[in-house]
Design a protein around this ligand. Structure first.
Ligand code: FES
Length: 350
């Protein structure tokens, strides 16, 4: 189901320039809010008369029943994230069930590697919990970049996992603005650093998956460097995110011919028509036609609006989130897709 639910914030914990909300999941919503490690929640709030939607990754262990944690970093001009810092236990928030495909489903004996920077740690944290807690033998290596030690998010949780799981979990901190004894651990993840890390820790390790999350340029350089080290593309996964308030402008999106559109969602079909010359994505057209679809960033980043193209042709303007196997299988981002045939059928149920 793609419906918002009211959830109560059970606990609020401070983090460096951030806050963790623990949300209570009532028994009646446990199945709908079952979360794969790495997925995110989309929140909706009206601030100064404007509806805002933001997505934040679940950073708690999937094994915790009836509650889940999200970490919300405070962004200077971010209206949602600033308001979030003031929320108190007992307050209610509007939330869509978990979504996202940047997930790790660990297997026994699996070996997993993550490169995270700043708040990019949040989805990775769910993956680390899962790999260590849901298996007896999987191993995880985390390379985590920050500007200084005092900025490290979830530091105590990472230390607690290290204490508990010993050799199955390795963590390496990298700092850009604080002196460290070993040169390897100073500086950002550029191509040289990733090559050094690979040579020092990974070259004979045969990892089953590499997971990369952080600012866009960091993701690009880490993924490109791993690819240049001959890591198979299907083993390299990444998730981009927009900071609160950050926007990406959409290029030309004019519909060139009249089209009839069918949208399947939650078992029901909705139909509407598009007129040639209109400037609208499928998501915007559906909104105008009164069809309520899931979305968050409207920028091609979060994949909350992902659906399957069952019939017809579309052009996707930006795609920062779907992997090749998904586009090959017919998945599209409705917030970025413009109709390019006279009949379109998309489904959110597949
Ligand atoms: S709403 Fe985020 S990718 Fe479409």
């Amino acid at each position: 189901m793609h419906k918002f639910h009211s959830l109560v914030i059970k606990q609020v914990q401070p983090q460096p320039h951030a806050v963790i909300w623990t949300l209570s999941i009532p028994e009646s919503l446990l199945a709908e809010f079952a979360c794969l490690p790495g997925q995110h929640l989309t929140f909706k709030a009206t601030i100064n008369g404007e509806e805002l939607r933001r997505s934040y990754s679940v950073c708690s262990a999937p094994s915790r029943t009836g509650e889940m944690d999200v970490l919300i970093k405070a962004v200077d001009d971010g209206r949602f994230s600033q308001a979030a810092q003031l929320m108190q236990p007992g307050n209610t928030v509007e939330v869509l069930p978990p979504s996202g495909h940047f997930v790790l489903e660990p297997k026994e004996g699996g070996r997993y590697v993550a490169f995270a920077a700043g708040s990019g740690i949040t989805p990775v944290m769910g993956m680390i919990h899962a790999a260590l807690e849901q298996t007896n033998t999987a191993q995880f290596v985390l390379f985590f970049g920050n500007s200084k030690t005092s900025d490290v998010l979830l530091h105590a949780d990472i230390a607690a996992l290290k204490d508990r799981y010993g050799a199955r979990f390795s963590v390496h901190f990298f700092l850009t603005r604080q002196k460290v004894d070993m040169p390897l651990y100073h500086g950002r993840f550029d191509a040289q650093k990733v090559n050094e890390v690979y040579r020092s820790f990974l070259h004979s390790w045969q990892a089953d998956g590499y997971y990369v999350c952080g600012p866009g340029p960091m993701i690009d350089v880490v993924c490109d460097t791993l690819a240049n080290l001959n890591i198979a593309p299907e083993l390299i996964h990444n998730e981009r995110f927009l900071s609160d308030g950050q926007e990406i402008t959409l290029a030309e999106k004019t519909i060139q011919e009249d089209a009839g559109v069918t949208v399947t969602i939650d078992g029901a079909n909705h139909e509407f028509n598009l007129v040639a010359g209109t400037q609208a994505t499928l998501l915007e057209s559906a909104e105008s036609a009164g069809v309520d679809l899931p979305f968050s960033c409207k920028a091609g980043v979060c994949a909350t609006c992902r659906c399957k193209l069952v019939e017809g042709e579309v052009e996707m303007i930006n795609n920062y989130s779907l992997e090749k196997w998904e586009t090959d299988a017919g998945y599209i981002l409705s917030c970025q897709s413009v109709a390019r045939s006279s009949t379109i059928h998309i489904s959110f149920d597949e």
